[in-house]
Design a protein around this ligand. Structure first.
Ligand SMILES: C[S@@+](CC[C@H](N)C(=O)[O-])C[C@H]1O[C@@H](n2cnc3c(N)ncnc32)[C@H](O)[C@@H]1O
Length: 278
């Protein structure tokens, strides 16, 4: 019998296997769910590219959808909120940008700006969000609610199961002074969202930025849509990674929609507006 010394690659495989088994023991439902989502992600990659036409003058179009004057008077205040958010994260020695949270992207300025504008114009009493990470969209929406003087945000986030240290960075961008208007539930949207939607009744704004698979985005949208008020909006990041929006629009004719590019042009952001007047 010959015995070979373990290579560094074997070593990292062993570390991965040990972490995966620990995650399974600690959170069996979420670990299984993550495996299903990984398989769904591979299917989406195989079935792509998922092509979406980018709407001309999309920011203006969105304001038209929600019957708000253009140019937007509230957009300029966003620059200060964004600058303060980035400064706070850098002060904690956290790098910001694509892939910076264990491979997950921090919110892009265009996504976060749209979320800010929607809070300013819709003046929502109830917002639901999936996918927090360090909380760039979360911070901007909470700042917006504070500025409105009314409203609450419910967020759902499943932190990475293997890189457990990252859970400590969850919501690093959200200062404690904003906590009164915020409820964070940890877990996958599949396990948490249905109960939360039933509890909340009606919501006016939904932001998806969790797992970007057709399986998960369709699941979230189909649960949230009946609870969305007429004139309410669903904002969805990374739509080009799956065919959820195409499928959703076929199943829900009459929905106004637009797709725009992120600030860096790397991904596409979708907006769906529920028919009817707010
Ligand atoms: C793209 S990041 C969110 C970025 C954030 N919106 C921002 O503006 O910085 C995605 C987050 O969703 C979490 N996540 C992944 N799968 C999830 C799921 N099924 N349900 C809820 N959260 C999930 C990830 O761990 C990560 O924290």
């Amino acid at each position: 019998m010959s015995v070979q010394a373990a290579s560094p690659r074997d070593g990292s495989r062993l570390v991965y296997a040990a972490r995966a088994s620990k995650a399974f023991v600690a959170q069996p439902y979420e670990a299984l769910e993550r495996m299903r989502e990984k398989a769904a992600e591979r299917r989406d990659e195989r079935d792509g590219p998922h092509v979406y036409a980018v709407t001309e003058a999309s920011d203006e179009r969105l304001h038209e959808f929600i019957a708000t004057p253009w140019p937007c008077r509230d957009a300029k205040d966003f620059d200060q909120v964004w600058a303060a958010t980035i400064e706070d994260l850098r002060a904690r020695q956290l790098a910001v940008g694509r892939g910076a949270f264990g491979g997950w992207d921090d919110g892009d300025p265009q996504l976060v700006r749209l979320a800010w504008c929607l809070v300013a114009h819709l003046r929502p009493e109830r917002i639901l969000e999936t996918g927090v990470a360090r909380g760039l969209t979360t911070r901007a929406m909470l700042e917006g609610l504070e500025r409105n003087g009314s409203g609450h945000l419910w967020s759902i986030d499943l932190p990475p199961l293997l890189e457990q240290g990252l859970a400590r960075e969850t919501a690093a961008a959200v200062p404690k002074r904003l906590y009164d208007r915020w409820t964070l539930t940890r877990g996958s949207s599949r396990s948490v969202l249905p109960g939360l939607v039933a509890e909340l009744g009606q919501i006016q704004l939904f932001v998806h930025d969790s797992m970007h698979t057709t399986r998960n985005v369709r699941f979230e949208l189909e649960r949230v849509w009946p609870a969305l008020a007429p004139g309410g909006v669903a904002l969805i990041d990374d739509v080009e990674k799956n065919s959820a929006i195409t499928e959703f629009l076929i199943a829900h004719p009459g929905t106004s929609s637009m797709v725009c590019a992120s600030d860096d042009g790397e991904v596409l952001i979708g907006c769906l507006v529920k028919p009817g007047r707010a």
